[in-house]
Design a protein around this ligand. Structure first.
Ligand code: NAD
Length: 363
């Protein structure tokens, strides 16, 4: 099979669908890989790295889409890319079709077979191609939170880990899933005094078993949430209710109860945010202040560390990419129900029920 990996064209997207490592594996399996020139530049991979791994470099995305049997990307195809897709071609990337009728229409019209990273599942009920980005965002959250707390950025001027003779900062993590767990680990590793709260007692049991005294946990009742928030220097929002907008857990009125200059890092902003005063920001202009409280609400946090994110995503997609290339999408999906769950569009038909329900289209 000929696999093609174009340069991402969505603004501020620096990741790339295939690392040189992924190319090496695909070539080792007997496939040809074509990369668009400079596709890996944002993630620090040069054309020479890809050539050394066995890829052929193409000058334009147009040629690449015309030649490839399967396109491997990161972001949903943009309008100009969608025009290049065709029947019989496989597209493997993040799609997020439910809120995007225009993209869905174009994919259906193109006849392409589209497999969405975000709906591929695993045996433990998780989403293995979303998890790496949650891990990245979670580990990044204390880092950006620590920066936001610095005086020059409007924060309280508190060092997360304290110093000998000075107590460490208090960090509250709301939601102890993938993002929250990784955020708590890193904040605790930086020496902060960390508490994780969650609505799932089973999840709290798991955190207690695995992390012991590394960080504390408590049930996320409304009372606990505001009581712990009042004491916190940094609050990290990491909740998710699958398929729903994030619940608002700290209201604007409650901001005046927080410590002046406290920092809110709302990782759940891509689901609308879990603080009433959250609004999406960008890496160029990541923070703003409301009632003396600093907010960091970047919706695509993994983009800040595009190289790490590309490698983490590449590791997770690699076995699926290889199965699709080795067996063809039909056999690969027939033999792996989790990959089949990723199938969203095939030959003009919507094949993922939740997207059909969201867009009022037949599946
Ligand atoms: P997850 O499903 O692993 O964890 C979510 C946790 O929130 C669960 O443990 C759940 O029990 C808990 N929860 C739900 N409602 C709660 C409430 N009211 N109070 C406390 N806890 C509650 O999800 P995840 O992968 O950790 O993702 C968390 C959020 O981060 C999602 O909204 C996701 O889209 C977002 N995210 C954002 C970025 C970004 O760049 N901003 C990157 C990755 C993930």
């Amino acid at each position: 099979m000929k696999i093609g990996c174009p340069k991402e064209i969505k603004p501020q997207e620096f990741r790339v669908g295939m690392t040189p490592d992924a190319v090496r594996e695909a070539v080792g399996h007997g496939h040809a890989v074509v990369m668009e020139t400079k596709a890996g530049m944002g993630a620090g991979f040069t054309d020479e790295d890809y050539i050394a791994a066995g890829a052929t470099i193409l000058g334009t995305a147009e040629e690449l889409f015309a030649q490839a049997d399967m396109i491997v990307k990161v972001k949903e195809p943009q309008a100009v890319e969608r025009k290049r897709l065709r029947e019989g071609q496989v597209l493997f990337t993040y799609l997020h079709l439910a809120p995007d009728p225009e993209q869905t229409r174009d994919l259906l019209d193109s006849g392409v077979t589209a497999i969405a990273y975000e709906t591929v599942t695993d045996d433990r009920g998780g989403l293995p191609l979303l998890a790496p980005m949650s891990e990245v965002a979670g580990r990044l959250a204390p880092q950006v939170g620590a920066w936001t707390l610095q005086k020059a950025n409007g924060g309280r001027g508190v060092l997360l880990g304290g110093v000998p003779g000075v107590l460490p900062a208090k960090v509250l993590v709301i939601g102890g899933g993938v993002v929250g767990t990784h955020a708590a680990k890193v904040a605790a590793g930086m020496g902060a005094d960390v508490t994780v709260i969650d609505r799932s007692v089973n999840r709290l049991r798991y955190l207690d078993d695995v992390f012991g005294r590394e960080f504390k946990n408590a049930y996320a009742s409304a009372g606990n949430t505001i009581a712990l928030a009042r004491e916190a220097d940094l609050i990290i929002g990491a909740v998710l209710i699958p398929g729903a907008a994030a619940p608002k857990l700290i209201s604007r009125a409650q901001l005046k109860e927080l410590k002046p200059g406290a920092a809110l890092v709302d990782v759940a902003i891509d689901q609308g945010g879990c603080f009433e005063t959250s609004r999406a920001t960008t890496h160029q202009d990541p923070i703003y202040e409301v009632d003396g409280i600093m907010h960091y609400c970047v919706a695509n946090m993994p983009g800040a560390v595009a190289r790490t994110s590309t490698q983490a995503l590449g590791n997770a997609t690699m076995p699926f990419m290889l199965a699709l290339a080795d067996k063809g999408w039909k056999r690969a999906c027939a033999e792996d129900k989790h990959l089949l769950n990723g199938l969203n569009v095939h030959a003009g038909k919507l094949t993922y029920e939740a997207v059909g329900v969201a867009l009022n289209l037949p599946t």
